[in-house]
Design a protein around this ligand. Structure first.
Ligand SMILES: [Zn+2]
Length: 291
């Protein structure tokens, strides 16, 4: 089994709730548990693929580190050369994971899930929308027509929703907490909002209802954004989902879409202890590697 990973995701953001050491920790957990994983680096990507989703002006500003003060505030992370490069690599990583999903049935990317990025701007730590580029890439290079993006990050997948708003071949489903960023929220094909302090039982019940709706659309391939920030001890959100509840979440997604290729990307995760975040992401990958 090949899994996509790059050491370049571990960027220095200074004092920041987003701890980028999680990527390496996840890789280490996988190495300890599985002996048959080959970690593959995303190759250089032709910028033309980024332009299938993003405006030329925005892409050039990011590549040349020329975002305005306001644009960097909205991004909520500093735009350094490292950050810019890792954002491009993450797009390539999700495209590679998508290709692997066609061969292996499951394509795992220890990275990506940058669902807040819009065509003309980035926000909420997300520079480029790797999920959207991944879908656009497959639309152009394969015979597949119908895609679903299942977004279980605690924050709404606003950028993804907006990008595919008028594309009837792409079903966007976001299940997220109501009271937190982003404001206002976009309209996904299906949005399910949960109030703060929701627990495993109601979360999993609503998720399953949502997955049934996605299933009716009959996607030929699924991109899964498996954010870890639904976790009960996350610092940026207030859902109360346990680690076991998140494993059940991942199992439900796997169960409903066992018959199509699935691309697994990460997403948010801001637990006090980064090892908790890494463990949650590791558990997600483990669920998808299990027979
Ligand atoms: Zn999030």
């Amino acid at each position: 089994m090949k899994i996509v990973y790059s050491s370049k995701y571990e960027v220095d953001l200074g004092e920041h709730p987003f701890n980028t050491t999680k990527y390496r920790l996840i890789k280490e957990l996988l190495q300890q548990e599985f002996k048959n994983i080959e970690f593959v680096e995303p190759p250089d990507i032709d910028i033309k693929w980024l332009l299938k989703v993003h405006t030329k002006e925005y892409v050039e500003k990011v590549l040349n580190l020329k975002l305005s003060y306001f644009e960097i505030l909205r991004l909520e992370i500093p735009l350094t050369k490292q950050v810019s490069e890792s954002a491009v690599i993450a797009v390539s990583g999700t495209v590679l994971a998508a290709k692997l999903a066609l061969e292996q049935k499951i394509g795992v990317h220890i990275g990506g899930g940058w669902h807040h990025a819009y065509p003309d701007h980035g926000e909420g730590f997300c520079v480029f929308n790797d999920l959207a580029v991944g879908v656009r890439y497959l639309q152009e290079t394969t015979q597949l027509k119908k895609f679903a993006v299942i977004d279980c990050d605690v924050h709404q997948g606003n950028g993804t929703a907006k990008i595919f708003e008028k594309d009837t071949d792409v079903f966007t489903f976001s299940i997220h907490q109501r009271e937190i960023y982003p404001f206002p929220k976009e309209k996904s094909s299906l949005d399910i909002e949960l109030p703060a302090y929701s627990k495993d039982k109601e979360y999993l019940q609503l998720l399953e209802e949502g997955l049934k709706e996605v299933k009716k659309f009959s996607p030929q391939m699924v991109f899964y954004q498996a954010g870890a920030d639904v976790y009960e001890n996350d610092r940026l959100a207030q859902l109360k989902i346990t680690k076991q509840g998140i494993i059940e979440r991942d199992r439900l997604v796997k169960k409903y879409f066992n018959d199509v290729p699935v691309v697994v990307t990460l997403g948010g995760g801001y637990a006090e202890d980064v090892r908790d975040t890494a463990e949650i992401h590791f558990n997600t990958i483990k669920v998808f590697l299990e027979k």
